[in-house]
Design a protein. Structure first.
Lengths: 280, 325
């Protein structure tokens, strides 16, 4: 079915390029503005600067009471712990759902699918009340990490279940015949073979945690503990046209890790969306 | 019995060490126990982080609980919070209207953009993967504070959108500070992230067998006709999935609304999305009892909307295996 006449394909590509230009414009504009000098920001209307200067990055890095480096360290710590917690807890849960027979399995699986539809933004209120009751509010790592240790991100559980269902069951059978317990089957067969799904989970949890604003805004109240998104928002408070350069410079830096992951793992990310999306 | 055995997976040899125990007669029983061992973190999370907090907040929604006072001061006030929401809090009703309007405009336009671009991309040629990836990029970045800041600057008085308009001789305004257009900038930001549903549409399009189009062509169907009679019905399960997920997502646009309005939902409450008002009540005014009631109304509303989707879906969602339930 690839019988396309040349002009029709050319028209398609032309339309796609035009749409792509519009879609990428805000990103290119952000990048260009970050490298413009203050005078160019005021006077040069073209997207890219005539002269690329790194001045905004220097100003932005130290323009708040706490250096932006601090925010990056905080974000990195939270993201790294979340990735570890999510990958481990969701892998263990997925193994139970994908491979083990136990009473009420279908029931729990249906509940797990149901929690996929729970709006996370709204769960923040009940969870905050609980964590406040437990006295965890002054140790923000607990409310941010403990839920991830308990496989509350159903999206990743589902993604891994779907992946494990694609692993030939003869492998487990062979291992079982050789006397492997369910724990040994997990350790020696399913876990090592699930590495691609673990990688996808790790990348998505990194990106979502790195971009997360709502939960971090609720639990991080100490400037020293602010993460990159919370720190970035402080630029809005100081307002004014002059700060747009440093603000964009820090915005570019904040998106850089996500962008690098995108470049390195583009195909994996796109396919991750598919496996979990389509069979749902 | 050998210490290890091997099996072949995808051309690789996998070593499978044997444990001390022989093949157990207690297989199913042992597996049942193991099942719950592996499930325990999730079960604990389901109870501790989801179910119990939700029930706690359901109870607190009938009280005057505020986070400044202790739990011992909590007083049962019956349905007062719910009554206040619908009869005595015009800001709340306004937030509901803004949120519904936002979702009603954003979801159809976003899905239309996603489907349109997916159809354009849906013929393999070199570079299609690159296009797909670049269209998907905004979905990864769009929820961030950084992009909300960019949006704010782009649609402010001196922003690049007005610079573009001035090329055509149109004098713009400060779109983010005008109550008539501020929500519109959020809609545009939502549509901009059409890449994720597009990727799912693309995968769905790939699944449609070419023979169906050939058969349609034999029957004299043109391009438009085969779109309506082949593509759309075959794509309906994917469309349904995207519709449900994007609607739920549209009801939760907290970050961009918060950043663009500097946490206030302004100008004149025009960007007061439901989740933002929830945040202001719960964490700004410390009225957690009232915020709990708002959260529960939201949960019930999302549940009802999803139920309506599933109830109406059977009339238009077509499953290829003939299981049209």
């Amino acid at each position: 079915m690839h019988t396309f006449t040349a002009p029709s394909r050319a028209v398609r590509v032309a339309i796609l390029v035009a749409i792509l230009a519009v879609v990428l414009y805000p990103l290119v504009w952000m990048l260009g503005t970050a490298f413009k000098s203050p005078t160019e920001i005021a006077n040069n209307l073209s997207v890219l600067p005539k002269q690329w200067t790194p001045g905004n990055f220097r100003t932005g890095w130290s323009s708040l009471d706490v250096s932006f480096g601090r925010f990056f360290v905080n974000s990195a710590v939270i993201a790294a712990l979340t990735v570890l917690a999510n990958a481990t807890s969701c892998l263990v849960t997925a193994y139970a759902f994908a491979r083990l027979r136990f009473p009420l399995r279908r029931f729990w699986f249906a509940i797990m699918i149901g929690t996929l539809l729970l709006p996370g933004d709204v769960l923040i209120i009940p969870q905050y009340i609980l964590f406040k009751y437990l006295g965890w509010i002054d140790t923000p790592l607990l409310p941010l990490i403990v839920p991830k240790l308990l496989a509350t991100e159903a999206f990743f559980v589902f993604l891994m279940v779907q992946f494990m269902r694609g692993i030939p069951p003869e492998l487990d059978e062979a291992a079982k015949i050789d006397g492997c317990s369910p724990y040994a089957v997990f350790r020696h067969v399913l876990a090592p073979l699930s590495v691609p799904a673990i990688v996808t989970t790790a990348i998505f949890s990194f990106i979502w945690t790195w971009n997360d604003f709502f939960t971090q805004l609720v639990y991080l109240n100490d400037l020293d503990r602010y993460t990159v998104p919370i720190g970035l928002r402080l630029f809005m408070d100081s307002g004014g046209q002059t700060s747009i350069g440093p603000m964009f410079a820090m915005s570019v830096l904040s998106l850089l890790p996500v962008f690098l992951f995108f470049v390195a793992f583009q195909r994996l990310l796109v396919e991750g969306i598919n496996t979990s999306g389509l069979k749902g | 019995m050998t210490a290890t055995s091997t099996a072949t997976v995808r051309g690789e040899q996998v070593r499978v060490p044997a444990t001390r125990r022989g093949p157990g007669r207690r297989g199913p029983r042992r597996e049942g126990v193991a099942g719950y061992v592996f499930l325990s973190p999730w079960l604990l999370g389901l109870m501790g982080v989801t179910a119990v907090p939700m029930l706690l907040s359901l109870y607190l929604s009938f009280t005057n609980y505020d986070t400044l006072s202790s739990f011992s001061d909590v007083r049962w006030i019956g349905l007062d919070n719910y009554q206040r929401m619908f009869t005595a809090d015009p800001h709340y009703l306004h937030a509901v209207r803004v949120t519904v309007l936002f979702a009603l405009i954003t979801v159809p336009l976003k899905l239309a953009a996603a489907l349109g671009v997916a159809l354009l991309l849906n013929r393999a040629w070199r570079g299609v993967g690159l296009f797909r990836g670049l269209f998907y990029l905004p979905s990864l970045l769009g929820g961030s504070v950084a992009l909300a800041l960019v949006w704010f600057a782009m649609f402010s008085r001196d922003g690049s959108f007005n610079a573009l308009l001035s090329v055509f001789g149109v004098t713009g305004r400060s779109w983010v500070n005008d109550p008539d257009t501020a929500l519109g900038t959020l809609v545009v930001l939502g549509i901009w992230q059409f890449g994720a549903p597009m990727v799912i549409f693309l995968a769905g399009l790939k699944q449609i067998p070419g023979e169906l189009y050939e058969a349609a062509a034999v029957d004299g169907a043109g391009k438009v006709s085969s779109f309506w009679n082949v593509t759309l019905p075959m794509l309906s399960p994917v469309l349904f999935f995207n519709l449900v997920m994007e609607t739920i997502r549209a009801f939760q646009g907290f970050t961009s609304a918060f950043v663009i309005s500097n946490g206030l939902g302004g100008p004149v409450d025009s960007t007061m999305l439901y989740t933002l008002y929830l945040y202001i009540k719960g964490f700004g005014d410390f009225e957690m009892g009232y915020a709990s009631a708002m959260a529960w109304v939201f949960l019930v509303a999302i549940g009802l909307i999803t139920a309506v989707f599933f109830a109406t879906g059977r009339f238009w969602v077509h499953y290829a295996d003939g299981n049209d339930r």
